[in-house]
Design a protein around this ligand. Structure first.
Ligand code: A2P
Length: 334
């Protein structure tokens, strides 16, 4: 990537700023980094490798000469500008949900389906953060003993709703502790010391919200297996930046917790955190700022007498592996 010009669309956002950090920290050898956001942010500056970069407005002309464009400014901006960027000669790695369901567009987690990138026609989609968190530790198990059924409950951080929701959590918490009233602006319900069903629209037919539907559909697309039965309950919790997931999965054949532990001990992108004696398991606080998905609480699902089901708990930084890091890994593969 030494001769590549990389643009970040949404550079001032929660994920956008992590793009800058990931590129710098991983020593990705880009020739030039362009920071794009809305006109409101034009002129803002960020440090990158000792240089000061100035944010520009996202216009069609801004993509001239760009080789790789990392988008994280919402689906509307992706739909509007990704085709323009592709026309200008860039490959787009899109963090929004705009193109994920399109069968022509690869949906990639490098530890799982890196080869899918080869089929891209200008756009590669970065999966939903709860899906990535669930699937990175599940994939190596699926390789050994195929997963037939998966039930997940998520505990999703404010960061998934962007910088504005993180600020809302901080402000609501401060107001609560000070005994002041706080009017929620970004989400509908009070966020401090509370939790609520994920703030996305509910499908009137299934009763599943958009986030849950994404987890279900993206699991099948990323694993390349339309037969996996998936159910999800997605919940927003008052945590700043790392998502946790409780999952129970049923494999084709019986599987022991020790086997799962052995598989995950050597799995790429996974760190085993499974200390029963100390009651020490994956926590969002420990996952924050980390590249790996933390996995633990690995135990037999006692509701399944056949011995084919395992329950476990995982946590991962939503802004890193759930978003910016995964996209930068895709850019590295490109
Ligand atoms: P801005 O800060 O100028 O509003 P988050 O995911 O944290 O909510 O961030 C959203 C990102 O999307 C921000 O960088 C934001 O820039 C950017 N964005 C929002 N609206 C536009 C727009 N109309 N054009 C380009 N970028 C936008």
């Amino acid at each position: 990537m030494r001769n590549k010009t990389v643009a970040i669309v949404g550079a001032t956002g929660a994920v956008g700023r992590e793009f800058i950090g990931c590129i710098e920290r991983r020593g990705v050898p880009v020739k030039q980094l362009k920071l794009l956001a809305s006109a409101r942010s034009a002129g803002k500056t960020y440090d990158f490798r000792g240089e000061t970069l100035v944010v520009e407005d996202t216009t069609p002309e801004a993509f001239e000469g760009v080789d790789i464009a990392l988008f994280s400014a919402g689906s509307g901006i992706s739909r509007q500008f990704a085709p323009i960027a592709v026309k200008a000669g860039a490959v787009v790695v899109d963090n929004s949900s705009a193109f994920r369901a399109d069968p022509e567009i690869p949906l990639v987690v490098p530890e799982i389906n890196a080869a899918a990138i080869k089929t891209h026609k200008g756009i590669v989609a970065n999966p939903n953060c709860a899906a990535i968190t669930t699937l990175v530790p599940l994939w190596p198990i699926h390789q050994v003993n195929p997963v037939k059924r998966l039930i997940v409950s998520t505990y999703q951080a404010a960061s998934g709703g962007g910088a504005a929701l993180m600020e809302e959590l901080e402000n609501a918490t401060r107001a609560y502790l000070d005994g002041r009233p706080h009017e929620p602006k970004v989400v509908k319900y009070p966020y401090a010391f509370n939790l609520f069903s994920h703030n996305t629209a509910i499908d009137p037919e299934t009763g599943y919200n958009d986030e849950e539907t994404k987890v279900i559909k993206e699991t099948r697309k990323i694993f390349g297996d339309e037969t996996i039965a998936v159910s999800a309950t997605c919940v927003r919790v008052p945590v700043l930046r790392a998502h946790s997931v409780s999952m129970t999965f049923e494999c084709e054949r019986p599987i022991a917790p020790e086997e799962v532990r052995a598989i995950l001990a050597n799995a790429p992108g996974v760190r085993l955190v499974d200390d029963r004696e100390d009651n020490y398991f994956p926590m969002p606080k420990d996952a924050s700022g980390q590249d790996d998905v933390l996995a633990g609480r690995i135990r037999r699902d006692l509701s399944d007498a056949s011995g084919r089901s395992i329950s476990m708990f995982v946590a991962a930084d939503q802004l890193l592996k759930g978003a910016a890091l995964n996209a930068v890994q895709i850019a590295e593969l490109l």
